[in-house]
Design a protein around this ligand. Sequence first.
Ligand SMILES: Nc1ncnc2c1ncn2[C@@H]1O[C@H](COP(=O)(O)OP(=O)(O)OP(=O)(O)O)[C@@H](O)[C@H]1O
Ligand SMILES: [Mg+2]
Length: 251
Amino acid sequence: MTENGDATPLVQLENVNKHFGALHVLKNINLTVSRGEVLVVIGPSGGGKSTLCRTINRLETINDGKIIFDGQVLPEEGKALARLRSDVGMVFQSFNLFAHKTIRENVTLGPIKVRGKAKDEAGKRAMELLERVGIAAQADKYPAQLSGGQQQRVAIARALAMDPKMILFDEPTSALDPEMVQEVLDVMIGLARDGMTMMVVTHEMGFARRAANRVVFMADGQIVEENTPDEFFTNAQTDRARDFLSKILTH
Ligand SMILES: Nc1ncnc2c1ncn2[C@@H]1O[C@H](COP(=O)(O)OP(=O)(O)OP(=O)(O)O)[C@@H](O)[C@H]1O
Ligand SMILES: [Mg+2]
């Protein structure tokens, strides 16, 4: 529940189905994300985790069912959809920064173009956010001049600059060299503590244990299990989840 007492869920998926041709990738998904909640989504490759994220901001359409975001059924298209998209930040495995823009410009572009913010104001806010993710000193550099971990932190600052109601993270650390994973997870843990609503596809169990309220295990397009991180990691209920966990724990 938020400070102003809004107890309605931020996201509700009701009987959501998605097909890619003959492939049924989301099978009757029912899922609720509360305001301020941190949800970790984990499961085997091809299970539908990325598709699930992408349906929430309508980067993918759904075939049937309903997605309600902040009390409104997701619009199919048009201005309402654009507004909704800008309320949902997205951070991908591949940082997706604009290569020919500086770090600062990467962070100010959305607020100026989409939110109509004044340049000065957007610039000031960008510096605050870059400070928060620990890379203010790099503001005038270009993405290629930064490490992967730094670039991913810029991507997080860029998402935050839009003042999103929620941020979706799709394997944000899986393209990083091992020594850079923690600096990105630390920023995410900070966001979680500050009350950001987050859905995070990750196999980083340390993060799940420290920051997640709930773990959702997805396989073959279905939500197979949902539990607290502690329960899930120590006492998984299904063979599927136990089998998956044994693989990621021993790899
Ligand atoms: N645009 C697309 N067209 C056709 N099939 C797709 C498309 N995107 C995903 N798929 C298929 O949908 C299924 C679910 O894919 P998705 O990327 O959501 O899985 P995932 O759980 O994120 O996997 P991974 O852990 O490998 O990222 C897979 O079988 C994938 O091949
Ligand atoms: Mg994926």
